[in-house]
Write a protein that binds this ligand. Structure first.
Ligand code: A3P
Length: 282
């Protein structure tokens, strides 16, 4: 990817930008035929909302459930759009529960997840911190183009011209699914405030019962510092940027007052009065 020119790194599929190296068209084309299982453990997030954090949590929970101990962490982000035909074939042989994830818009998640009523944990994050995290991610990731400037990335994010599309499109689509018993929406901010409670809710949602000691153990392993300490093993060269800062409110170090106002206006226009919007106050 280092040799790939910036202008070739992204492409559009059905109107939305994707990183060509990770999700080429052949991956997205076969997604429609993905065979989900009722007991798949699925995590969904718009990019930079805390996906790797929640995947880390569910991996720790499922490891405890599958055995009495804790297995070494498996590598990589289990994004179904990164897999492609060969890996998908192997995945079909994997024992349950499979830990899977996606950044796809809910309308583009394979239909079998809905047909099988697979439980989906969705994590959202306030748009200002999401934008900041995304900006750093673009600039420290060889599969993505280096952004020209903070200002240009800001306007690309606001208009949805970033990988996986518009933050607001995703938020509005999930908002409509808040009452679906197979969907649980959590926020980065709530989990940050009370990780232990979050772990209790997440394990209950997936139907796993953990003892209080196991909940405490998962929380200890899922703190920012614990995950960052393991990140070279779990995320290789991406360690530093996936586990960058891990805080609420870093946007204050980046946004101008005008940009903050513009985001507030967009947020209000799209999400004011919605239940998801109420959960995302920043
Ligand atoms: P920052 O860039 O603001 O630090 P994703 O996994 O969806 O790409 O999201 C990445 C963001 O989640 C990064 O935000 C990262 O630091 C944060 N993050 C990852 N693990 C975390 C943890 N255990 N606790 C808090 N934040 C975490």
């Amino acid at each position: 990817a280092k040799d790939t020119k910036d202008e070739d790194k992204l492409y559009r599929y059905k109107g939305v930008l994707y990183p060509r190296l990770m999700c080429p068209e052949e991956h997205l084309k076969v997604l429609g035929t993905f065979q989900a299982r009722e007991d798949d453990v699925m995590t969904v997030a718009y990019p930079k909302c805390g996906f790797n954090w929640m995947v880390g949590v569910v991996k720790r929970i499922t490891d405890i459930i599958e055995s009495t101990g804790v297995k070494p962490e498996s590598k990589g982000a289990p994004l179904i759009e990164f897999m492609g035909p060969d890996i998908l074939k192997d995945l079909a042989q994997d024992p349950s529960p499979r830990v899977l994830g996606t950044h796809m818009h809910p309308d583009n998640i394979p239909a079998s997840f809905y047909a099988k009523k697979t439980k989906m944990l969705v994590i959202f994050r306030n748009p200002k911190d999401t934008l900041v995290s995304y900006y750093h991610f673009y600039n420290n990731n060889v599969v993505l183009p280096t952004v020209q400037s903070w200002e240009s990335f800001f306007s690309d994010f606001m208009s949805g011209e970033v990988c996986w599309g518009s933050y607001f499109d995703h938020a509005l689509a999930w908002e409509k699914m808040m009452d679906d018993p197979n969907v649980m929406i959590v926020t980065y901010e709530d989990i940050k405030q009370d990780l232990i409670q979050g772990i209790r809710q997440i394990s209950a949602f997936f139907g796993f019962s953990l003892t209080e000691a196991q909940v405490q153990h998962v929380a200890g392993e899922s703190s920012f510092s614990a995950m960052k300490a393991r990140a070279t093993n779990t995320h290789g060269v991406m360690a530093g940027v996936v586990f960058r800062k891990g805080e609420v409110g870093d946007w204050r170090n980046h946004f101008t007052p005008e940009q903050s106002k513009e985001m507030d206006e967009a947020f209000n226009k799209h999400l004011a009065g919605t239940r998801l919007g109420a959960k995302l106050r920043y």
